[in-house]
Each structure stands twice: as structure tokens, then as C-alpha cells.
Design a protein around this ligand. Structure first.
Ligand code: MHQ
Length: 264
């Protein structure tokens, strides 16, 4: 159908050739994913730039620190729940996602949405002073002290710093989060081949996008190399949640429905 010269042949992780995906198709995939990301990223780049130096004052940080563990968990779960809604909307707008069976859609979202949030976090993370956006202002790790999850928070901030060093563009971020969401190796998927095909195209599009500026092998492998740390953080979060639920079952029962549904 198309000339051989119009074929992109990127080598994905594991050395698979993706020579059968045409440049036109890759562009279509990239456009769809980037548009979906921009429409659902919760804060525009301009908004975040403006907010970046809106810091919590020391008094405000102290007020957050003196909250009860339960109140702080409630606040965090609410923020995370809000952010998840945007990730769900992002997923729904990715071509092919809604064509998967409902079972698989749910599995992919439940398994991937925290990872997507952690990647999206770099947009709302300031590596210059190690702060993250929380309820409209930026603050550091101390802000979350009352959660009693210093290891989890430390790991999240460390990931923020390392991901920021990659200097991902919104296009790269869009494609990377889509690829993470469409991971064919999530347990209990019924149509993982279909997911694999979607992910392959997205990775080819990502590689193509990176190539515009960098050596793609390099940057893509650096991005992919952060996935294990993200998985560790997700598991740590589940452990902390389980422990919290044991200590404060009533509070955990009142967590936002979406947060409960995704992490139960
Ligand atoms: C999103 C916007 C966004 C919203 C919420 C689970 C737990 C007990 C503690 C932000 C985690 C505490 C989160 C709120 C903390 C690390 C969480 C609480 C990108 C991600 C971002 C900025 C979340 C980042 C992680 C935050 C700060 O579009």
C-alpha cells in the first residue's frame, strides 16, 4: 500500500521490529494520544508555570503537619481521586481503548492509573526546590509528614526528581503515559494481544517523537528504566493503604469511591 521508504522501522525494547506500521499510522496515533493528553491533563502548562512559585508558607506547612493522620489521608485520597478522573478520561480518548472489552479497560485502569499519575506528576513537580503541587500550592516532603509514610513520600519525590531530569515534552509525556496504560502484561487481561498491538504503535510513535531531538534508544530506554521504581511505589502505596485501613477502618470506608475502587 505504501512505499517502503514511508515505513518507520523502530527497534523496540527486546529488539522487535515494528516495520509494519506506516508513518501515516504513527502520526495518527501520536496526534490522537497527544490531543487526548492535552485535553485531560488537569492543569495547562501555563497554569503550572504561574503556580510554580506559589509555595506553602512555613505556617501553612506546620498546619498540614499537625493534622491527624486520618484527615491527611482523606485529603490526599481526594486529590488522587480527582486526578484519577482525568486519567480515566485520557484513557477513554485513546483510539482503541474503548474497543477493548470492559473487563480489560478496568484492569488496565486499575493497574496503570497510579503509574500514569506518577509520570504526570513531573508537570506539577519543581525539581529546583523539590516541591509538588498539592491543593493549589507547592510544598516539599515535610508537608506529608502526618501521613506517617515517609518512605513512600520519599520514593515519590525521588521519582519526581529522576523523571524531571529526562526533560520530557508534553508529547513524550502523553505517549509514555499511554504506553504505560496499555501494558499488555497486566494480570487477568483477556485480550492482551490487542493491548500489545496498541502499545506497540504507541511506542513506535514515542520513539519517532523522541528522534526529532535526541537519540531515541537512549531516552526511551531511560524512560522505560524508571518503570520498576514506579511499580515499587505502587506496591508500597497499596501496603500503606492496607495498613491504614486496619488502623482506621471508618476513615478508609469514607475515602472517595473512585480511590477505593481503583485501589481496593
Ligand atoms: C496530577 C495532579 C496531581 C494531583 C494530586 C497516597 C498517599 C497517602 C499519599 C497529587 C501521597 C501524597 C497527589 C496528592 C502525595 C505524594 C500525593 C497527594 C499529577 C499528579 C498530582 C500532582 C499528584 C501527585 C502526588 C500527590 C502530591 O495531574
Amino acid at each position: 500500500m505504501l512505499e517502503p521508504a514511508l515505513f518507520a522501522h523502530g527497534v523496540l525494547e527486546g529488539g522487535q521490529l515494528a516495520a509494519d506500521i506506516s508513518v501515516l499510522e504513527i502520526d495518527r496515533v501520536a496526534q490522537n494520544v497527544v490531543k487526548s493528553h492535552l485535553e485531560t491533563c488537569q492543569y495547562t502548562t501555563e497554569e503550572l508555570k504561574r503556580l510554580a512559585w506559589t509555595l506553602y508558607s512555613p505556617e501553612e506547612v506546620r498546619a498540614l503537619q499537625s493534622k491527624s493522620c486520618e484527615a491527611m489521608w482523606q485529603q490526599c485520597s481526594l486529590q488522587i481521586s480527582n486526578a484519577i478522573q482525568y486519567v480515566v478520561e485520557f484513557a477513554k480518548r485513546i483510539d482503541g481503548f474503548m474497543e477493548l472489552c470492559q473487563n480489560d479497560q478496568i484492569i488496565l485502569l486499575k493497574a496503570g492509573c497510579l503509574e500514569v499519575l506518577l509520570i504526570r506528576m513531573i508537570r506539577a513537580f519543581n525539581p529546583l526546590n523539590n516541591t509538588v503541587l498539592f491543593e493549589g500550592k507547592f510544598g516539599g516532603v515535610q508537608m506529608f509528614k502526618s501521613l506517617g509514610c515517609d518512605d513512600l513520600i520519599g520514593a515519590i519525590f525521588e521519582l519526581g526528581r529522576t523523571l524531571c531530569r529526562l526533560q520530557l515534552s508534553d508529547e513524550e509525556l502523553a505517549l509514555f503515559t499511554a504506553a504505560v496504560l496499555l501494558s499488555p502484561d497486566r494480570p487477568w487481561l483477556t485480550e492482551s494481544k490487542k493491548v500489545q498491538k496498541l502499545q506497540d504503535k504507541i511506542y513506535v510513535a514515542l520513539q519517532h517523537e523522541i528522534q526529532k531531538k535526541h537519540s531515541a534508544e537512549d531516552k526511551l530506554s531511560k524512560m522505560v528504566s524508571k518503570l520498576p521504581l514506579m511499580k515499587t511505589i505502587c506496591n508500597l502505596h497499596l501496603d500503606k493503604l492496607e495498613f491504614f485501613r486496619l488502623l482506621h477502618p471508618e476513615t478508609a470506608m469514607n475515602f472517595p469511591p473512585l480511590y477505593k475502587e481503583v485501589f481496593n
